[in-house]
Design a binder for this molecule. Structure first.
Ligand SMILES: [Zn+2]
Ligand SMILES: [Zn+2]
Length: 345
């Protein structure tokens, strides 16, 4: 089943980490991390609705200014998410500029900034262009099972990792795909129509098998109504395919507690984007900097049961040996990486 979005690493594996997620059927995109994003065209940046920032180290956050520059003067609302202290970071960035003329703008740019500390709610604040980006506190939003964003079709969950500062790892989960077998519909003598959308929605909402579904239609002069149990329609006319699950893990210490959290977040992930900063011979430096080695990244991918792994965020000290980093990831993963994975995209 074709996923409803397309993934693109913005830079090469030595560049700043950023993963652009473009929806295929909507003019809309998500972004994981906000380092150097100049490789993204303004058209692509203007599609961003939600940006998830793992932590505010410069290589993950300095692109905020460029995003602001491109979006300024446009009627856009961009939701930003980050770890503890993130609202203050965004506020300081916005305060770095003079906003005395912004009341002349007709279209309003708004940032809604969320920060999550791992608990069951997240703090929020709004920054509106026409208010000169002065912070306005909003009521906290509930967070169920780490889900920072939940909407029909997708969910983004997070876990707080230890990078000597909180760093968020993310899982982007697509809701299951519900497809209709047209020939079986014909066999039952049922028409297509809006009721199929209602049926799909009932399934995506998680209704039980006894949930009633009414099918109404007119033929010739007659009005027909038939009543079904959701369970029987599911069995006879639908094909349900699990959605894609993508993991995004950067800067983190290889340790027991981080591993436990990653397993809970990323269990059975289809594709895992993970930092592979250092060669194993530099494991000591990696640990001192609370980063992963390539072997550790592969090992984590294996332990969470990832089907594919895409290593990135390589340290510049290994600029001339990306192949060795890839080999060590494959060793930790326990199987070779396919050529597509080797280009990091
Ligand atoms: Zn970092
Ligand atoms: Zn980093």
């Amino acid at each position: 089943m074709r996923p409803s979005f397309q993934l693109q690493l913005v830079n090469d594996p030595f560049g700043d980490p950023a993963l652009y997620v473009e929806f295929l059927f909507q003019k809309r995109a998500l972004l994981f991390d906000l380092g150097d994003i100049h490789a993204l065209s303004p058209r692509k940046l203007l599609r961003l609705s939600h940006v998830f920032v793992s932590h505010a180290h410069m290589d993950h956050f300095y692109g905020f200014d460029y995003l602001l520059r491109v979006c300024l003067g446009r009627a856009r609302t961009v939701h930003l998410y980050g770890p503890s202290g993130f609202i203050e970071r965004v506020e300081h960035k916005l305060r770095g500029y003079t906003w005395n003329l912004v009341e002349n703008y007709e279209d309003e740019l708004v940032f809604v900034v969320h920060e999550w500390d791992g608990g069951d709610r997240m703090a929020r604040a709004r920054f509106r262009c026409l208010k000169k980006f002065a912070g306005e506190p909003l009521s906290p939003a509930p967070v169920r099972e780490g889900a920072l964003l939940e909407e029909p079709g997708i969910k983004v969950r997070a876990a707080v990792l230890d990078h000597k500062t909180p760093c968020l790892a993310f899982a982007l989960e697509e809701t299951e795909h519900v497809n209709v077998w047209k020939n079986r519909l014909d066999e039952l003598g049922l028409p297509t129509g809006p009721w199929l959308q209602e049926l799909k929605q009932a399934i995506l909402r998680g209704e039980g098998d006894d949930f009633p579904i009414l099918v109404r239609w007119r033929d010739e002069a007659k009005q027909n109504v038939r009543r079904f149990r959701l369970g029987e329609l599911k069995e006879h006319i639908l094909r349900i395919v699990p959605g894609l699950k993508v993991g995004y893990v950067v800067d983190t210490l290889y340790g027991e507690e981080n591993l436990r959290r990653l397993k809970a977040l990323l269990h059975g992930v289809d594709c895992l984007y993970i930092e592979a900063s250092f060669l194993q011979e530099a494991a000591e430096q990696a640990a001192q900097k609370y980063h992963l080695t390539a072997w550790q990244a592969g090992d984590i991918a294996r332990q969470v049961g990832a089907k594919r792994v895409v290593p990135f965020h390589f340290s510049a000290r290994h600029r001339h040996e990306p192949q060795r980093l890839m080999q060590e990831v494959a060793m930790g993963f326990g199987k070779p990486l396919s050529p597509r994975e080797e280009v990091g995209g």
